[in-house]
Design a protein around this ligand. Structure first.
Ligand code: ADP
Ligand code: MG
Ligand code: MG
Length: 213
């Protein structure tokens, strides 16, 4: 496909729900190591609510799906991640609305991911390397932009983003956390993967798989 529409966004959110649910224990364990052990629970609750909400929606655009996800995540996820993911999806939905109409091409994928990471950083003030979800989203947005600039399509842009996010999550392991709860541990956060970077990687993989389906 040259562009992705509301059916892709709906499938993305359904795959995100399934991935978060299937990896709930892993996310809980990661957060138990360097946080308060609730990230899997928070995300599972949030994306279950998103999926339920979306059953009542007949969307005209991908942006509309992402906006519904945003408001639902804000009101259900809680903790640090709720407002961060809520802002990410809200900004992403506005990027979709503004420049792109009802569907998203490769440049649109890049714009959507750039808007998401800008939202996360506006809200959480984390730079790259602070061992947060930014470390997954920022390389993902950069990879999508590079793919778009090379003339590749939206499916390839999302695959590049998902691969970069997965690597970004792995790359949080040696870092010292300086934002969020994990920062209370200081150097003891070293050797553990950031739970929010890992869940972000799952979400971007879900986006790529929905595009490839
Ligand atoms: P809480 O820490 O309130 O229990 P969660 O466990 O749901 O919330 O989410 C923790 C995740 O939130 C972290 O792993 C990290 O990725 C992300 N996070 C926390 N603070 C920030 C921040 N300031 N900027 C970006 N991401 C953050
Ligand atoms: Mg937590
Ligand atoms: Mg908590």
């Amino acid at each position: 496909a040259d562009s992705l529409g509301p059916a892709w966004a709906m499938d993305w959110m359904e795959r995100a729900r399934a991935a978060v649910s299937a990896n709930r224990i892993e996310l809980l364990d990661l957060d138990r190591a360097i946080g308060d052990g609730d990230h899997g629970e928070n995300m599972d609750r949030g994306f279950t609510a998103v999926a339920a909400k979306l059953t009542t929606l007949a969307p005209q655009s991908a942006a509309e799906v992402l906006k519904t996800a945003a408001t639902t995540l804000m009101s259900t996820v809680g903790g640090a991640a709720g407002p961060l993911y809520g802002t990410a999806f809200l900004r992403a939905s506005k990027a979709g609305d503004g420049a792109l109409g009802n569907t998203v091409d490769a440049a649109g994928v890049a714009s959507l991911l750039e808007a998401a990471v800008e939202g996360i950083q506006a809200r959480g003030k984390a730079e790259q390397g602070e061992k947060t979800m930014v470390d997954a989203w920022l390389p993902a947005a950069q990879a999508a932009r590079a793919a778009a600039d090379e003339g590749r399509g939206p499916v390839e842009a999302l695959r590049a983003a998902a691969d970069a996010a997965a690597q970004g999550a792995v790359d949080t392991e040696p870092l010292i956390a300086t934002k969020g709860r994990a920062s209370y541990l200081g150097r003891r956060s070293v050797g553990h993967r950031d739970p929010g970077a890992q869940s972000s990687s799952l979400l971007l993989l879900a986006a790529a798989e929905a595009a490839e389906a």
